[in-house]
Design a protein around this ligand. Structure first.
Ligand SMILES: Cc1cc2nc3c(=O)[nH]c(=O)nc-3n(C[C@H](O)[C@H](O)[C@H](O)COP(=O)(O)O)c2cc1C
Length: 172
């Protein structure tokens, strides 16, 4: 069986929810990318937006998993100011040379996902085998299950694993 790592950053929990749905039934390992400094409040929001817009690095905690030990890494980020979030930018900068195959997912209020995937592909120096964009509306209504399953199927096909249809359904 091929090894999959799901690495994500999430400030308010949306991207975490999708990361957990992706890993729920496929036996992947999961790694949460964490900030050293708080992003709470209006000041945190402004700092996050500014860092993302100006493509600056963030201070992140040391990670546990070594991406080089995995056949594929699925990387998840929120969209910030139509850009990649700075903690994920830093994670890719620090770990990207170890990546084999990559897949990308993001959550957004409404827009910016495609541009973020382009930034991630450029930083990784690799095209993703699968992508997934989930909006806040889909998270609120719980209607993202089929999208997540399609993302899992694309990854399974790439890795030559049984399709996600043979897994238990991801919830919701
Ligand atoms: C600083 C900041 C900038 C954001 N910029 C955008 C944006 O450009 N486009 C968008 O659709 N949503 C934007 N959002 C909304 C987030 O992408 C959305 O709420 C996402 O689901 C948050 O993910 P998380 O809960 O995993 O942190 C922004 C949120 C923050 C905090």
């Amino acid at each position: 069986m091929q090894r999959i790592l799901v690495a994500y950053y999430s400030q308010t929990g949306h991207t975490r929810q999708i990361a957990e749905a992706i890993t729920a039934d496929c036996g992947a390992d999961i790694e949460q990318i964490e900030d050293v400094n708080s992003r709470a409040g209006m000041l945190g929001y402004l700092r996050s937006g500014w860092q993302a817009f100006t493509k600056r690095a963030a201070h992140i905690r040391p990670v546990q998993a070594s991406p080089g030990q995995y056949d594929l890494i699925a990387i998840g980020t929120p969209v910030w100011m139509m850009n990649l979030s700075s903690p994920v930018r830093t994670y890719i900068a620090e770990q990207g040379t170890e990546f084999k195959k990559v897949a990308f997912f993001c959550t957004a209020g409404s827009a910016g996902g495609e541009g973020v995937f382009k930034q991630m592909a450029d930083l990784c120096g690799k095209q993703p085998v699968a992508t997934l964009i989930v909006t806040e509306g889909e998270i609120k209504s719980g209607s993202f299950g089929e999208k997540v399953r399609a993302f899992q199927r694309s990854i399974d096909q790439e890795l030559g694993e049984p399709h996600a249809g043979t897994h238990a359904p991801a919830s919701p």
